[in-house]
Design a protein around this ligand. Sequence first.
Ligand code: UD1
Ligand code: CA
Length: 448
Amino acid sequence: MTERSLLVVVLAAGEGTRMASRLPKVLHAIAGRSMLHHVLETTRAAGATRVAVVVGPDREDVAAEVLRVRPDAEVFVQRERLGTAHAVLAARAALGTPVDDVLVLYADTPLLTPETLARLRAPLAAGAGVAVLGFRPVDPTGYGRLLTKGDDLVAIREEKDATADERAVDFCNAGVMALRGDKALELLSAIGNANAKGEYYLTDAVEIARAAGLSAVAAEAEVDEVAGVNSRLQLAEAEAILQARLRRAAMAGGATLVAPETVFLSADTRLGRDVIIEPNVVFGPGVSVEDDVVIHAFSHLEGAYLERGVSIGPYARLRPGTRLGAGVRIGNFVETKAAQIDAGAKVNHLSYVGDAHVGAGANIGAGTITCNYDGYSKHRTEIGAGAFIGTNSSLVAPVRIGAGAYIGSGSVITDDVPDDALALGRGRQAVKAGWAAELRAKRRKPQA
Ligand code: UD1
Ligand code: CA
């Protein structure tokens, strides 16, 4: 079978009123990326050859997110909110060019899988005019009802326009529709607005297709997949569903999650085999972990790349730009940022390593701080391979510590240190014998 070309129209013109937010609804994030981003990724996985996104007026922020994620997508503006069919028709220019299938998705329905979309589209290849995704929610109130006769979808009735009998139907419209590409524009253009809301309903495409002699069918999806987000509560519910999926996929891929429900992943988290993740670990976006890495409890990672056999935490914080070479050890209460730490190096306790390069096998003692910021700009610290930084040292950047060099504990290092040298940057110790005893004698109160 040859691949069928696919135009996906994503409706992203929803207002965010019920989110009580300055941010448009579709830019709210789950698993580290916006809902719009999730839907755009789904279009990629579904094999879209062309993507059109319909946004509300003056929504440069939404348009910018579209182009950031899919630079090849076309953005259309729906100037007035006159209904779902009207919204799809805002992408008229895209609908007017030849394509096999058209798929309509909502940007506030981020959990759909490409497998379900493939199942929805399959009847189009067999000649159907329209295919609609249905589901059976616990409470159907507010949804359009799918009226079926055998395998045929006869009509979609919006709640406000439905009779009592029709409202008793529990098979509901998820809002996802696939249309035959050569008929889509014609069907959509025939939709009127004579209904309870006075809106152009996309759902009317079903009856119009049938009147034109085309068949309409419904496919069923799990409730979890079609969950739409209209509130912060539903955003949290969608997050929970997605986290459960991501955790299952991580474990199926060979990672041990000791307490899966306490580990939070991002949609783009990459985990190798035999990775062990202890409880209460959070992965922000952009984390990639190779095989045999151990992430101890209460660690937080973002924008970090961990090579094979690395061990971090408990209580480690890896910030963006962190790259840890094979076997690197990062211990408790260590923060790294824009830091390349080469194979076998150790930063075991209470340190900050930022804007730095640490050479292979170096040992960074407890309490070492790279002083990377002078109040105006950031500066780099270079630490050579095999260097030994004594505890509680401040490395004032820009500064370079040579390979194999030693830094005495408690030093403040402001000048470069050559390879294999010892640098001490602290006051010399003074010892006054008997001083404490003399003090006590002087201070002792005279006996009464
Ligand atoms: C719609 C469906 C309903 C389905 C439900 C699933 C229609 C007529 N009804 O109802 O059958 O059960 O979704 O959630 O399609 N939008 C625009 N511009 C508009 C109107 C809507 O972009 O002018 C976008 C919204 O932002 C939203 C989506 O289309 O993402 C659905 O619109 P909404 O008004 O929420 O439709 P429902 O009444 O929920
Ligand atoms: Ca809705």
